[in-house]
Design a protein around this ligand. Structure first.
Ligand code: RB5
Length: 149
């Protein structure tokens, strides 16, 4: 898969580790930065990854900030993005199986590198189950329409 990755200054070290891990699993990574520990603004990176995924330039995205929350909110403002924040592998699996999340987020201040790898692997290996879940995904799209997104 082609995976878009982005992060803020709170997560640069973990992003670098996860980027190598994801490549080691055989995926291609498109890195949107930041690649330094200089203070920056997480909405910028959430939007960049969200737009790449929504445009079909990447199959899915991985976002990391301090908590995973701020950067996920930014990504979810892009029409077509379904980004979930995970601190465990079970949630990571379920956001793909049930919510068809096209972006995974987590927090570098919340999960350590081992758990982060487990979360990423669970998310990447899971598949959307469709069926009744698709009806609910369609409702997300209806909400976007009513919100003018
Ligand atoms: C940056 O200090 C921090 O606010 C950010 O990484 C993130 O946790 C926001 O949700």
């Amino acid at each position: 898969m082609r995976i878009a990755m982005g992060n803020d200054h709170a997560a640069t070290g973990l992003k670098m580790e996860i980027m190598e891990y994801v490549k080691g699993l055989g995926h291609e990574v498109v890195n949107f930065g930041t690649d330094t520990s200089d203070r920056c603004n997480y909405p910028e990176f959430g939007e960049k990854v969200g737009r790449a995924v929504a445009a079909g330039e990447a199959d899915c995205g991985i976002l990391i900030c301090g908590t995973g929350v701020g950067i996920s909110i930014a990504a979810n403002k892009v029409r077509g993005v379904r980004c979930g924040v995970c601190s465990d592998a079970t949630t990571a699996r379920l956001i793909k199986q049930h919510n068809n999340a096209n972006v995974l987020a987590f927090g570098a201040r919340i999960v350590g590198p081992e758990l982060a790898r487990d979360i990423v692997r669970a998310y990447l290996e899971a598949e959307f189950e469709g069926g009744r879940h698709q009806d609910r995904i369609n409702m997300f799209t209806e909400i976007e329409g009513r919100s003018g997104l």
